[in-house]
Design a binder for this molecule. Sequence first.
Ligand code: URP
Ligand code: ZN
Ligand code: ZN
Ligand code: ZN
Length: 479
Amino acid sequence: MSILIRGGTIVNADREFRADVLCEGGKIVAIGENLQAATATEVIDAGGQYVMPGGIDPHTHMNLPFMGTVTADDFYTGTAAGLAGGTTMIIDFVIPDPKQRLMEAYKTWRGWAEKAAGDYSFHVAVTWWDDSVHADMGTLVRDYGVNSFKHFMAYKNAIMADDEVLVKSFSRALELGAMPTVHAENGELVFQLQQALLKKGITGPEAHPLSRPPMVEAEAANRAISIANVLNTPLYIVHVSCAESLEAITRARSKGQRVFGEVLAGHLTIDESVYRHPDFDFASGHVMSPPFRSKEHQAALWQGLQGGNLHTTATDHCTFCAEQKGAGRNDFTKIPNGCGGVEDRMAVIWDAGVNTGKLTPSEFVKVTSANAAQIFNIYPRKGTVAIGADADIVVWDPQGTRTISAKTQFAKGGFNVFEGRTVKGIPSHTISGGKLVFKQGNLMAVQGAGRHVDRPAFSPIFDALGKSTKLAEPVAVNR
Ligand code: URP
Ligand code: ZN
Ligand code: ZN
Ligand code: ZN
């Protein structure tokens, strides 16, 4: 199947220009003015619209077994919802149980992902340490296209990585040319604050943000940054939610450290008042970690994106229905943590970012696809509209509007943290792997059509880090 996108304005991270785009065999094969279509070609009229690289959501959890239950979206429904919102690739997480072999968990997740409708890749979590973890990290990087490892500094008594795990895993990742990433929250502080709140009789969702104040996150962000600094590794911090963590990243970057920050569409647009809502289902529907923060933090996060100290936008898509959230009706610590968004990220960030003048369309492309593709070393296969790139494209109608609602969404879980928000700027068409999968509100996602995307190790920054490490090599004193 060939698709010709005619009459639109291509938006890449570096520039906007008028051109047609021809897709064939899953790739972009031609870009230029007045391209001609063969008879069998589907023609999309993109007049008055933008033609952009499909979104990459670098942080999702489909089919995740978590806190005693499993997320409502699996790899089919979750990636299909993404396609409806213009997101053509996700990077999800393999999360081994402590003591479980990484390879075993990885193969389980790869099996679950076979039904994905859009492209996917995996960060692999390091939740414990022994020689097998060291060996499996090598196998994953060399033979399975993994180039990033995740560390949860929260979730004590479950998947939390202590400093020993962080140091050993960051060092191993550097050796392999893979990016260490962290969920930055001090798990011990969270645990102690949770116990104190329960003891006081504050058992509802309003206790959730109280147990995870900004400094709990900032402590962990600073610690991870310090460890990365000492070991001279790069670092990617997921879901940065507060000004204090952003300050840590900004400070480190201003001194030349290669730290990257991810921010969620939810943290940019939703504030903490949701946790005090009298309806349990509404309040618990917003329970995720780190929690939503005040409007001052939101403003800081936008400035982080604008100033180049936050690099990617994600959703942490991790959906649970009201019944699942109800497990924590009498104890907020038992509410499964997680919210959705993969379907809405692009439109929410366009509406709140581009329509307000905070971001240009090219900056929008940077933070919704190109930067993630570069950081995780799949650029220019992904993250740009260019000849030879995968034909993952969103045709964006800047005049189109949609009122977001759980009632009309494709994602499962029956809840939407952006409920009622009317966004201007929506996808009219999504092309994934050269196939038209979404057209004017109609989703044509195909179960199993998504492919695993291998991500090569040693992105260019590792060469730079290798040189600086060599120059700083210690020498013994000859006595
Ligand atoms: O609350 C969240 N974010 N749930 C998913 C797991 C994680 O911490 O990313
Ligand atoms: Zn997390
Ligand atoms: Zn997550
Ligand atoms: Zn349910």
